[in-house]
Design a protein around this ligand. Structure first.
Ligand code: MG
Length: 334
């Protein structure tokens, strides 16, 4: 069977620049792909590589699409090089890669708090709105100051709340040890990426820290694609895996391995548009393991709100996911 392939490249400004370890990120770039079957049915997918990871660029994905021509067969994935993970993901979605039946009607979402003292003002209204999991960026200011603020933050939250601390790899081992000791005695769900994956001996440090402290550690920057998931499963990682489904070339395969290992997974946004987020969220709703609050509290995200997913609420319902219409997003680019 032949499909008609179309693709559209996009560049969408964020409402506010996203701060990263390498400076401000002001706009998201990616591609939408569209596959039309001879019977007229259509599938869509989004390829949104993260420039920081440097494994794939939008330009490479676009060039590959152009080289495929406007007619492709069902074996099209075999023509996509392994490093173009998000393009494989997009074409897999457009081919109708099924997420499986939903096992949940509604899933909790983690509230994103700003770094530093601003979190103390931001958290109470979010708690009033119903959020009970709060993600706080740390490793931005001085570690001692931030640690002193943690108790103020916890004190500002309702009983039963849990805090995720995301260091984005900012700490050295000594600093990480102090934080993990402190977090182990507090309602901290996990500490995300205490040390950077590219720091010397990072894997051993992470494994050592995980063995030494009761508070779980979550890997985020350490897992850029499914190869990293396989590697960390092989290392016997028992902490959390932050999974951004949109970045995985063979996302079903990666999730299958995580499920077989009874791994603890947090489904998260890669700051893609609602098109890619719909596919990612469907996988989250079909996840057979224990569910942690979703890392999808990112919207509103784009200056053009047509590309946003469901707005920041403490829960996302399956109806919210089903309501996203990829055809509308495709047309919004024309
Ligand atoms: Mg993170």
């Amino acid at each position: 069977m032949d499909f008609r392939l179309d693709f559209r490249r996009y560049r969408l400004e964020f409402r506010h620049p996203v701060r990263t370890s390498r400076g401000a990120w002001t706009a998201r770039e990616g591609l939408f792909v569209r596959l039309e079957r001879p019977d007229g049915t259509v599938g869509y997918g989004e390829a949104a590589p993260v420039p920081l990871f440097g494994r794939e660029t939008v330009g490479e994905a676009e060039a590959l699409c152009r080289s495929l021509g406007d007619r492709v067969g069902e074996q099209v994935l075999a023509q996509v090089p392994g490093n173009l993970s998000t393009l494989r993901n997009a074409l897999g979605c457009a081919l109708g890669g099924a997420a499986g039946a939903p096992r949940h009607r509604s899933l909790g979402v983690a509230a994103l708090l700003p770094s530093g003292r601003a979190a103390l003002e931001d958290a109470p209204p979010k708690a009033d709105a119903g959020f009970r999991t709060f993600k706080w960026k740390v490793g931005v200011g001085a570690a001692d100051d931030e640690r002193a603020m943690l108790d103020d933050l916890i004190g500002a939250l309702p009983p039963g709340s849990r805090v995720r601390l995301d260091a984005n790899g900012a700490w050295d081992r000594k600093t990480a040890e102090r934080w993990l000791g402190c977090a182990s005695e507090r309602p901290v769900e996990f500490v995300e990426q205490p040390v950077a994956p590219e720091s010397k001996g990072a894997d051993d440090t992470l494994l050592g820290l995980a063995a030494d402290y009761p508070v779980p550690i979550a890997l985020d920057e350490s897992i850029a694609d499914e190869g990293d998931i396989v590697r960390w499963l092989g290392l016997g990682w028992r902490g959390y895996f932050i999974v951004k489904p949109s970045l995985m070339g063979d996302v079903q395969g990666a999730l299958g391995k995580l499920a077989a290992a009874h791994a603890r997974v947090v489904f998260s946004s890669a700051l893609e548009t609602a098109m890619g987020a719909q596919a990612a969220l469907r996988l989250a709703f079909a996840w057979p393991g224990k569910m942690s609050a979703l890392g999808f509290g990112v919207w509103p995200l784009f200056a053009d709100s047509r590309f946003d997913g469901p707005g920041a609420a403490p829960f996302i319902r399956i109806e919210d996911v089903d309501r996203i219409n990829p055809e509308d997003l495709w047309n919004a680019l024309s």
